[in-house]
Design a protein around this ligand. Structure first.
Ligand code: FAD
Length: 623
């Protein structure tokens, strides 16, 4: 039976990718259906209750700049906020917040339920309707068919999911949820390249059984950082600290003693796990000389007794988990509320995707989130937004949304996936971006909000606030360029107390801020100069734009240079073996990846600038 109404966009899965995809498509006016296993788990955090961090915080700000939900939800659900790398340069400063799981989920659900053009339906999707290599809808577990012009699959760790605890294993999508077996089988029958990955999570502990007095408290920052460009700290609930403790030699001995029953070390798990979020058994094996590893003891919520011990993710048997946990300072009497486990699942080679996240083989079918080989809520949310927007744009027969690497971490993420693929769960880092100084958290809105507004992702309220901020920044920059202080100026004596070398000639305020010892807020303390901008976010923007102007200009030059060749096309049938000077390895890599452009070729790992020059010379001769 067909459901009476046909949709423009169907999003399958209500996780982090699915909610952003459905919201994006609906914001753009597409008639959208969010179909998910269980409406109660919309926005559920499968693993650690935290949003942001280095590279990830940047993605959250970008999602927000395009009108997405994640930043607003964490502003409403965050119980400990910090700015990481606060003493470093603005490019790598990153916001991170510990979440109250329930408050976060409720905030996402609230946004989803109040979104116009968005319908919810609870059922498992078992099949896709595909005609002439174009997706036309989906079929649910009870045989109900839904028609749609486009479908976005965001089914996370659920495809063929197998949960491992020691040598025991069973099918599951994550603890407490069923796997997607029928859909996994259906997708495996389509021409996509598929493989297995693995991820894991630690045991959850009962806070009442822990001794926090012997652990080191870690309060959040004061004042608390804010995630959303539309947020403010009055949205934040009560703030509470996290704690720090450590593993010790005894813990490591217990783990070593259990490795013969570890599904990872006995070959039961074949999927590759996240390199940057390894299990504790992985850590003590890989870093055998380390006698201790740090554990962040993170509350799961204001009204929850559960605690997330970040750093001891494990799939060792339960008895080993129990002993290892109790060997840790402060955990001597710990009660485990939920055992740790690993999960193996299917993912699809993202090189089978276009930059829009549409699959290359089935028109109208988009993939986003963990299904593309990534790990993390933020990576999932970012892909979801782009896939949902592109599904809506396709329906509206408009140009796709493709973000470049110099425009957004979202662009870096998708370009890395679609060009290079991944062999292990992919997570974002600032080091993945070539133009870090341009892709800062603080300027995500000036990079993306206008673009989002143009395609309908950004509402009137956000647009008005954005313009107000931009105007304030611009007029303040102009004032700072135009106002001068000379040695006899009334402000000079106070100013000289702040400077290493007193002013000996006339200086604009802009020049003064450029001095390493001077900040915008300091300068504004001078009576005839200040008070300046009231909004700390706008004043931060002014200071960064002035202090880093030289570096920013240099990166812009580099981008212009690279862009000249970025879109130079490589013939589809190009025989790379004919290009003299290329090594066999480079020829093999180019032949496998078949990059469409010079830009894409340059980002394949192992393709050197020298190889690119040879390609360009060849093209010039034979092009
Ligand atoms: P998910 O959040 O998994 O959401 C998938 C959604 O799809 C769910 O709502 C599900 O019910 C629904 N769904 C699935 N199949 C169907 C179907 N057939 N029909 C209808 N609905 C369906 N990330 C980290 O960054 N670090 C970690 O250490 C980490 N550890 C993890 C450990 C475990 C055990 C798990 C399960 C996840 C872990 N993650 C970790 C990953 C993190 O949870 C994911 O990256 C993130 O949730 C992915 O978002 P998603 O939207 O792609 O999928």
């Amino acid at each position: 039976m067909f459901y009476a109404e046909a949709f423009d966009v169907i999003v399958v899965g209500g996780g982090h990718a699915g909610t952003e995809a459905a919201l994006a498509a609906a914001r753009m006016g597409a008639n959208t259906l969010l179909l998910t296993h269980n409406i109660e788990t919309i926005g559920q955090m499968s693993c650690n209750p935290a949003i942001g961090g280095i590279g990830k915080g940047h993605l959250v700000k970008e999602i927000d700049a395009l009108g997405g939900a994640m930043a607003l939800a964490i502003d409403k659900g965050g119980i400990q906020f910090r700015t990481l790398n606060s003493s470093k340069g603005p490019a790598v400063r990153a916001t991170r917040a510990q979440a109250d799981r329930t408050l976060y989920k409720n905030a996402i659900r609230d946004i989803v339920e109040n979104q116009e053009n968005l319908t919810l339906f609870q059922q498992s999707v078992d099949d896709l309707i595909v005609e002439n290599d174009r997706v036309c809808g989906v079929v649910t577990q009870m045989g109900l068919k839904f028609s749609a012009k486009t479908v976005v699959l965001t089914v996370g760790t659920f495809l063929g999911g197998t949960i491992h605890i020691g040598l025991e294993n069973y099918r599951g999508g994550r603890a407490g949820d069923p796997p997607s077996i029928a859909l996994a089988d259906r997708l495996r029958a389509l021409p996509f390249r598929v493989d297995r990955l693995k991820t894991g999570t630690p045991a959850r502990l009962d806070a009442r059984s822990l001794d926090f007095s012997v652990m080191q408290p870690q309060p959040g920052d004061n004042p608390t950082p804010v995630f959303s460009f539309m947020g403010d700290r009055t949205m934040h609930p009560t703030q509470i600290p996290c704690y720090i403790t450590h593993t010790n030699e005894k813990t490591h001995d217990i783990i070593r003693g259990g490795l013969d029953r570890s599904p990872m070390f006995t070959g039961v798990i074949e999927g590759i796990g996240p390199r940057y979020c390894p299990s504790i058994e992985d850590k003590i094996t890989r870093f055998a000389d380390k006698s201790s590893h740090q554990i962040f003891v993170e509350p799961e919520g204001l009204n929850s007794i559960e605690v997330y011990p970040n750093g001891i993710s494990t799939s060792l048997p339960f008895d080993v988990q129990m002993n290892l946990v109790r060997s840790i300072k402060g955990f001597e009497n710990a009660h485990i509320v939920r055992p740790g486990y690993a999960i193996e699942y299917d993912f699809f080679d993202p090189r089978d995707l276009k930059q829009t996240l549409e699959t290359k083989f089935i028109e109208g079918l988009f993939f986003a989130g963990q299904i593309n080989g990534t790990t993390g809520y933020e990576e999932a949310g970012a892909q979801g937004l782009v896939a949902g927007a592109n599904a809506a744009l396709q329906v509206q027969q408009k140009d796709p949304l493709v973000l470049r690497r110099d425009q957004a971490y979202m662009g870096v993420l998708i370009d890395d996936l679609a060009t290079m693929g991944t062999k292990e769960p992919y997570r974002m880092f600032t080091s993945r971006a070539e133009y870090r100084l341009l892709l800062r958290e603080d300027n995500a809105d000036s990079r993306l909000t206008a673009m989002g507004r143009e395609i309908g992702l950004v509402d009137d309220a956000r647009w008005a606030k954005f313009n107000q901020k931009m105007e304030a920044v611009e007029s303040e920059l102009q004032r700072l360029r135009g106002q001068w202080i000379h040695p006899e100026h009334v402000a000079a004596p106070q100013l000289n107390t702040m400077l290493k070398n007193p002013v000996s000639r006339e200086h604009s305020l802009e020049e003064l801020i450029r001095r390493p010892e001077m900040t915008y807020s300091q300068l504004m303390e001078i009576e005839s100069v200040g008070p300046g901008l009231e909004d700390p976010i706008a004043s931060e923007q002014v200071e960064i734009q002035i202090k880093y102007a030289g570096y920013i200009a240099r990166q812009m030059d580099e981008i212009a240079k690279t862009q000249r060749h970025e879109n130079t096309l490589l013939p589809v049938d190009m025989d790379f073996s004919k290009i003299s000077g290329l090594s066999n390895e480079v020829v093999a890599k180019l032949t496998e990846a078949r990059p469409e452009t010079i830009g894409k070729a340059s980002r394949i790992s192992g393709i050197t600038p020298a190889a690119i020059s040879l390609l360009l010379v060849y093209l010039k001769k034979h092009g």
